[in-house]
Each structure stands twice: as C-alpha cells, then as structure tokens.
Ligand binder design. Sequence first.
Ligand code: ATP
Ligand code: MG
Length: 776
Amino acid sequence: MQGNEFLSRKKAELGVELNEVQKRAVLHTEGALLLLASPGSGKTTTLIMRIGYLVEEKGVRPERIKAVTFSRASARDMKDRFNKFFPEFAGERVAFSTIHSLAFEMMRDSLRKQRIDYQIIEGDAAELEEEIDFEGERPPLHKKLILRELYRRVAGDNMTDDQMDELTTYISFVKNKLLPREEWGSVKCDVKDAERLLAEYERFKRGGADKLLVDYDDMLVLANEALENDRELLRKYQRRYDYVMTDESQDTSLVQHAIVEKLVRAHGNLCVVADDDQSIYTWRAAEPQYLLDFKKVYPRAKLLKMEQNYRSSRNIVQVANRFIKRNKNRYDKNMFTDNPEDEPIVVHRLGDYQLQAKFVAERVAEEENLREIAVLYRNNSSSITLMNAFDRAGIPFYMKDGDNRFFSHWVVEDVLNFMRMTFTDRRPDLLEKIHTKMNGYITKQQMAALKAVTNPDSVFDNLMNYVALRDYQFKLLQECKETFERMKGMAPRDAIQTIRYDLGYEKAIDKMCERLGFRKEYLIGILNTLEDISEGLESMESFARRLKYLEQVMKTSRRRKNENAVTFSTLHSAKGLEFERVLIVDLVDGILPSNDDIKKYENEDVADMEEAVRLFYVGMTRAKKRLELLAYERRDGAKAKVSRFVNAVRRIQNPEEFTGIGIGGKGAGGAGGAREYGGAGAAGRPLGAKRSAVKATVVRIDNPGAKAAAARNPNAVREAELLKAGSSVEHRAFGRGRIVRMRGDQADIRFESGEKTLSVATCIEMGLLELRGGRP
Ligand code: ATP
Ligand code: MG
C-alpha cells in the first residue's frame, strides 16, 4: 500500500515510528477527522506527517493545504518542525498560519469588493503609538485609546489597566461567541456599563472616522459574515484549499469554528486535533464543547483517540494523568507511556518569595544545554525578577512572554522622579509629577501657586514662604525637604524604602487603590521588584541605568529564540512546546489557582478552577524528564500558601506522606540551607492506593547559594577581593573573559561574545566564575 511505504520510508529516514492510531490519522486524508488526544501523544507530529504524506506521496501541491494554528508563534514552531521532517519541501508554501491571518484576507477581499475603506486598530504598530503622550491632540485610532476615551465619557473617570483587560476580554468574548446584541448583557464583566461601552465602541468604529475601524475580533466576525453573504467569495476560498487542518482546536472559538466549517463545506476534508484537557482559553470564548458535538456538524467524521504519551517520563505522565482527573467536566482519558521512569517531580518550598528568582538561576546554572530548559509562570509580571536574576548571573534567556508594562509603568516613573528630587529640589516640574503622592499632599491649586513663584529656590521653601498652606502641611513639607536632603547619595535600595515609608508613597498608593480600583498587589509588587533590581547597586544613577539596561535586555531577549538560552514563558504560551527540564514558579494559592478561582470554587462555580487545573496540567506536561515546582511561604512580609495543586501532586506522588499528620513538621529546614524533609501539608486521605515507586522530593530552602555552589564547583572564586580589573576569568556560560573594570558589586567583563556587566555577589554565590592562570 502506498501509505505504508511512505510510513516505512519516514521511519528509516527520521527514526520516527508512528503508532497504529497515528498511522490511521495520517492516512485518513479524505473527509472529516477528529483526533482527540492526550498531551505529548503526537498530535502535532501526526499533523505534520499528514501534511508530508499529502505532499510527498499524494502529490498535493503544498499551497493547497491550510494548517491553522493557534498563534503566530505556534505557526512558526509547526513550520520549523515540518521543515525538519521534510527538508525537500522546506522552501515551499504550505500555509501554516493563524486563523486571524486567514480571516484578515477574507475580510480584506470582502471590504474591497464593497469599496469600504478600513483601518486595523489593534496590533504592534498601534501599540507603539499608544505609549506616546499626545497632549490634547487627536489620538491615533487604536482600540485601547478609543475604549479609554469612551470610558472617560461614560464613567467620567480614567480606566485602570485591569479594567482595560477586563473590558477587552469581555468584548472578545462577546464577538467570538457570536452573541447577538440582546445577549451582550448576559455576559458578566466587572467593568461597570461594559455593555453600553461595547455598544458605543461599535458605533464609534462604524461612524467615528472616514474608514471602517476593525479590531482583531472584528476580522473574524467580518470574515464569517463575508463567507455567509458572498457566495463568490465563499467559493474562491473553498477552491483555494483542498485540505484543512487545525491544531490545538480545544482553543478554537465559535466564530473560528464557523469560518472553518464554511471553508471546508465543499469537500469536507478537515482534520481537527485537540485535547479538551488543555483548553485554557475559555475566558476568551474558546469552545471545547464544539468538539463534543463534532459529529453533529460532521456526521460522517472519523473519531480517533490517542492516549500514549511519548514526551514525558513515566512518573510525570502518571502524576499528570491522576491530577487532571480532579476535573469533572472532561472526556475521560487515560494517558500512559512506555517511557522509563526518571527523576521524581521536585517541589521546592522556599522560605520567601525573594529567594525564588535567584534560586531558579542557580539551579539552571548547572546546565549546559539551556535551550532544553523552560521557566514557566502564570502571570507576565513574574518575568522581571527572573530576568534580573538571570542577567546578574549571566545566564542567557529567551523571553517568549514578558511584562511589557513594567518599565513604562507610572510606579517606576514615580520612583525615578522621587530619586531625581534628591539631586535637586528646585524643580517645580519634578515636584508636579509626584506632589499628590507624598506626605504633605500638595493640592493642584498650591502647585499652580508654586509655579508662579519665579525664584529658583527649593520648592519646599517656596511653598512655605509664598504659598497658602494649611497648618499641618508646614511640618510635613519641612520633613519632606529634610528627607530628600538626607537621601542624597543614598544607596538605591535604601532610597526606595525611604520613598515608600518616610515620604509616604506607599500610603498614597493605598489610597489610590481604594479610590480608583487599582490592583494593590501588582503595584506593591512593582515596588518590591524595584528593590530587587536595586540590590547591590551603589547609586541611584546606576539604578536608573540598570532599569534602562534591563528594558533593553528584555527587548533583545525576545530575539534569542534559536540560541542556546533558557525559555521564559507564561503557561499559556508554552502550549504545544516541550523541554527536557521545566521549572514552574510562583505556585502559591492566589496565583495558581488565583483568588478569584478559589472564591468562585467555594461558591460552587467550578469552571474557573477547572481551567486553572488545566493550565497547571499544560505546564506539567511540557517536561520530558525533569519537572520542578516552586512555591514559597512568605511574600512581601505576608504569609503565602503553597498552591493546592502542588500539594495534590505531592499526595499523588507520595501518598504515604499524607496518611499521618505532620511527619517532619514545619520546623524542618532552618538555617542549614537545602535539606529534604517529609512534608507537612494538610493531612488527608491519599488520593489513590497505588504507590509510585518514585518518592516525591520536597526540598525546603531558606538560603540558596554559596555552600551548594561551592560544593558544585570547587574552583569557583569565593571572595570578591580576588576579582580585579585585568583578571582573566572563566564564566560558566560565557567562557573566557577579562575583567575590564570593577564598580562595587558590578564587574564589566569582556567575553568573546561581547562585554557584559555581571553582579559579583551573584557570580560568587552561584560559583559561576573561575580565575584563570596569571592572577594579577
Ligand atoms: P501537545 O498536546 O503538548 O501539543 P502533541 O500531542 O502535539 O502534544 P507532539 O508534540 O506531536 O505531541 O509529540 C510529543 C513528543 O513525542 C515529540 O517529541 C514527538 O517527537 C514524540 N512522538 C510523537 N509520536 C511519536 C512516536 N510514534 N514515536 C516516538 N516519538 C513520538
Ligand atoms: Mg501539539
């Protein structure tokens, strides 16, 4: 048979032997096919082989195949994998793309035909413009700017970033669900008047400019309408592709399904691969239910299931399989593997959040093959401290997702402005930026009066001498003045603390959160991250430079995809990927699951909790051999609770640990550094009787660092004094280099790959630097 020959040839060429189900899926090219399968079972691999089979064996022209992926990044990943398998077709044009790019083409065609001018109001270029301050000029047309303006009009107030997220999610949800106007109100949204805002937004896009304004969701809706209403256009696209396949279809939304349905209606050649357990976008209207109803739409569809995992070690597969069964709303599957057992899943319980980033960097520093490591997190905001720690240690990383908002956030700007005031307190323009955010609260009127004073003295003296103040303000402003003077030349870490606590900035943030609904956790998190960044720096100037530098690092790290670098990614963006070693950070209740997930769950609304479970499951199943889960017991002075998911994993992996109460106890760990202990989680029944041969390892660390590092590399430099300008050194990741200059904790070192600035303390703690012969 033609097919079998192809399969044996591929086996010989690539060393990949497909299993029976995979083979059937590859060879079943005509008609509809739903491949419902577990993580790592070879869904994407099968899709790629199927495309190869169509092209190489059945002579189908590559451009007649459409492979729809979830994101641009996954389109690229899939193309890379295809090129590796079928290099002879690498240059050719199999259409791997997102549904958005397909919808865009359809919409463009349709609008052109109708002679309607349009403008896209979402995306990168527009995002850039958003950062510019337009000072009263007419802003460019961008989704968020429009929404912001509408909100101001409707609510008479400024919208916070969180509200913006809520609102755009709501809009996407409504559009992707194809909800008619009368049902908009039935969707919950925490932003007041969301329904009305959406109605205004729609009206504005249709009449607010000389062009029709379209955002990404509109592209989908308009494409779907075009296919529905324009038979000629429908036929054109139907004729363009003979075979359509969609990967990660559990995250396809209703409008997207509707587009695909119409696209394949003529020939019905559609292959859909999905795993309902990995559905992590229902908040954005993904429609996993559609898969369960697949037969209704495609009555003659073939259904195949795959449960064998080829990716992960046996213990990871077993634990993940048991873990996902917490969820009730799912197709029951039983993932298994023939892969051997490997290292147990390790839980690291750190004493404090602050230790985490450094600890991760230290764990990773041991490795040579960095591209096989991923650090995953739920929220983008976790990326900054990680980036800071990795950069200090000189470990290269590729950032798939990072916190874009951080460096331009107003809290960061505020702190820098406070710092600028320590250099001169004679600039009313500086004070104007922070006058409502410090002790002595200067009103707008007082600020205006101050600006009318023309002498170049201290703003505080001018306030006290020439501006009408309330009695209590005199004392407070005098104190502010003295505090700013005292801060001259202060180390940045102390300066930030002074700003927070002595100048009253943190109190002001508290008030703003109450008044404006900002998320306090995030804002305080920014201040704490700034403190982390300032660690070891001697001057406020160097702190400002470091921020600029890190912002740059973040940009360049996005381009490191194909280098030997650790991947930083959100759990969401890690979907479909795999790594030898995976570390998931910030695994505490409040993050994963989030407080919202927990609250709803307690009120018997389980949907969000189940999605959080799936998200964690996606994370776990990225790991081939080593999986490490990181949690901590304190954060920002408050107690933190290890994520219930982590405890569930421990229970599954090591049931006997949970049959008695508090073996090992809370007191374990202590000053002695890393140490194993027997777990102190809530006592509970073991979830299953079956024991894994591999024990869970829980390591509690209060002081990661020096000792362990020294034990690993006995030749590493252990005293800062030994490092001098001119010394020849060898760095774990960068190889040989020469120290150009030493500046306090910072060493500028010239490596072959270029000059780097590294933190001496970090390098010593992690044992990253060796001195090479010829010490100065
Ligand atoms: P996910 O649900 O995470 O997207 P997936 O089902 O798409 O996973 P793949 O990424 O295609 O899984 O495959 C997972 C790993 O298993 C890959 O490394 C792939 O090379 C390997 N693999 C797939 N099928 C086989 C097979 N038949 N024999 C050996 N290895 C296989
Ligand atoms: Mg896949």
